[in-house]
Design a protein around this ligand. Sequence first.
Ligand SMILES: Nc1ncnc2c1ncn2[C@@H]1O[C@H](COP(=O)(O)OP(=O)(O)OP(=O)(O)O)[C@@H](O)[C@H]1O
Length: 501
Amino acid sequence: MVETLSTDLLRVTRCDYCALLLPDADGGGLRVTTLYNPEARGSLSDGTIIPNDGSICGTAFRTGKTQYFENFEDVRYEVERSGSSLGRRIFQRVIDEGLVSGCGLPLLSRNGVIGVLTALNRSEKAFDVDEITFLEQVARQVAIAVENALDYEKAIRDRDKETKQRLYLEEEIRAEFGEIVGDSPALKTALDLVSIVAPTDSSTLILGETGTGKELIARAIHNLSSRRERPFVKLNCAAIPLGLLESELFGHERGAFTGAIAQKTGRFELANKGTLFLDEVGDIPLELQAKLLRVLQEQEFERLGSNYTHKVDVRVIAATHRDLTAMVKQTTFREDLYYRLKVFPIHVPALRQRTEDIPNLVRHFLKHYSKRMNKQIDQIPSETMDALVRYRWPGNVRELQNFIERAVILSPHTVLRAPTAELEPFSAHKGSNAPLTGLEEVERDHILRALDASNWVVGGRSGAAERLGMKRTSLVYKIQKLGISRPVSFSKGIEGPLQPE
Ligand SMILES: Nc1ncnc2c1ncn2[C@@H]1O[C@H](COP(=O)(O)OP(=O)(O)OP(=O)(O)O)[C@@H](O)[C@H]1O
């Protein structure tokens, strides 16, 4: 369209040279694209950068006002005084091109000045007042065309970015192991429910301790549903700082809050036509729960900072290790949301409730890590397997998985050399005579022991999170919640809250 306009423009006005100048991506000035220059002398080529200071077009761009000169020699003094060496060089190239008069017309859009259209002549007094008015009208049309083209390009870029983001999110959920290992009756009961609920579009609530495989179950539901070809998007509500959770769920417009420098698509939009897996849904603050309920009921929401209502078609699968019934009683979780999510609850059993699955899981992880580490470990001593079956695995399958990974690293030959001594202090039979304490106390005690064993390092390969089979963020959250701090004797005199790393 710009080319057509410039040809029309040349037909109506006397013009020897016409170019479109758009801001350079590196922000260094305006980049020239020649539209018309039949008698080119080679001094002004496409891609030339014109500085914003010390140039006619730069001034038009900065001020948003037409700059017209009957003879460029009249401005030579000003250009030379401007101090911009690039400006002086460009000026000389214009003169070398034989162009002696003309104008820079700002391209005005609703978002401000987006570029400049320049029309120059090889003779003095290029245009009269009427012609300038006409050229300004042309520049308005060019601005619309350029703005549309830029919007289109941006839309393509956003779409590509979004596709990448989607792939990334799908990747995130694509767990390392495609299959769910185990044939214990307890696991089978859960899997039976998966196949019943999967083809329906019902919200599903997956309940179970940390590391039991809730995410695997959620993915299985998606894969068995008619949405399987559509995105599976995951959000761990406990891993996102509270202030950002709303925008993570629903997205935001540019400038919706301090720091919102660009528009953001929320997970609900990304999951459109697919499934959204809300992990740790019990961690969603009360004020956001109402908004979540609305999307579940109406399938519509607004991005932060916008009044536009987005309609979506998303199946929500939620998971939590928390006791939501207790939370409802304590009024920290909305009753209506609880019932909405709990249309079809699935309980994933803890590993200690299905110890018969442990040998299969051990073999499964052993095979996986041996292959990954290029080792040929194919023997598991029976006392090792006994110790693994006896241990209570508070971190469930994830803890077992991490333990086997460590064991594979430690095994130089074909026999699995597992550090089972590490498990002893936590084994089922140990401390069984100890008086029963509240759940939190047991949890606290267990975390303290793991911290002690890992020299109070939380993250990393030998850190407490790894030992407990928990995500580092979840452990840090627990440590803060239980008010655990490093005792003086451990920290060589430094007392205070534990540092995550
Ligand atoms: N039955 C299973 N077979 C194979 N691998 C499993 C099984 N259950 C869990 N895992 C593995 O254990 C790890 C933890 O599982 P997952 O993340 O699904 O647990 P989760 O209950 O969602 O944990 P959290 O509550 O901490 O989010 C994953 O690497 C998963 O692949």
